[in-house]
Ligand binder design. Sequence first.
Ligand SMILES: Nc1ncnc2c1ncn2[C@@H]1O[C@H](COP(=O)(O)OP(=O)(O)OP(=O)(O)O)[C@@H](O)[C@H]1O
Ligand SMILES: [Mg+2]
Length: 241
Amino acid sequence: MLRVEGLYKAFGGLRVLEGIDFQVAEDEIVGLIGPNGAGKTTLYNVITGYYKPDAGHVLLDDEDITGLSPAQVCRLGLCRTFQIVKPFGNLSVEKNVAIGSLVRTRSVKEAHRAAMEEILFLGLEHLKDVPSRSLTLSDRKRLELARALATKPRFLLLDEVMCGLNPTEVKGMLDLIRRIHDRGIGIVVIEHIMTAVMSLSDRVVVLSQGKVIKDGTPQEVSCDPEVIKAYLGEGYQHAGT
Ligand SMILES: Nc1ncnc2c1ncn2[C@@H]1O[C@H](COP(=O)(O)OP(=O)(O)OP(=O)(O)O)[C@@H](O)[C@H]1O
Ligand SMILES: [Mg+2]
């Protein structure tokens, strides 16, 4: 279980997280939604050790991991992807993924073997020797996932992995996220594509101005007047309603 309690974070006078309580279990896919600037990416940054919170705690199975470095957090099994994907452009796909594997092994040979496993899982084998800078956006997002999976996470925090993809690619990404979840990995998805996040998530958490304004099933969230006002808009209708 990954849990966040009473998390606060400000940048100078800008209060970005104002007392966030949030949790996700290994057997869940949780959607994290909310308007631009709500604090979603900042929450990932605090959970994964890129920023220290001003107050509050991050707990993994009741162990307090607040303030550990990103590398330490990753070794404990929390891995995130970045909203703007930044692979090492000159390195091949295989080498980029092997860098992820090196979190778990010191042997370069073993890192490459483990990397190939994830490359096959992601269907990137035909691109393994290609420098990552020449990949399409869709393949770059897959590479980002392969790199994350190579660190052998227990929880994976995805930041807009579907942004910029066409509908067919989004569908492929949804299948992929479900397959990752089937490996027993708990998943949080930040996503603005509502049909995608609502169909994928067991539970959806809505952030607005640094606060959780709703935590419920996709159905409950879609019908909530405050969520509609803060984010979804009056025109939004959940497919199931
Ligand atoms: N390092 C930083 N220094 C100063 N302000 C920051 C920093 N990181 C984020 N912010 C500010 O914090 C607020 C929340 O940003 P954040 O990136 O967490 O939003 P978000 O919910 O991920 O939005 P989006 O949906 O647009 O990605 C914004 O006003 C942003 O400008
Ligand atoms: Mg963001």
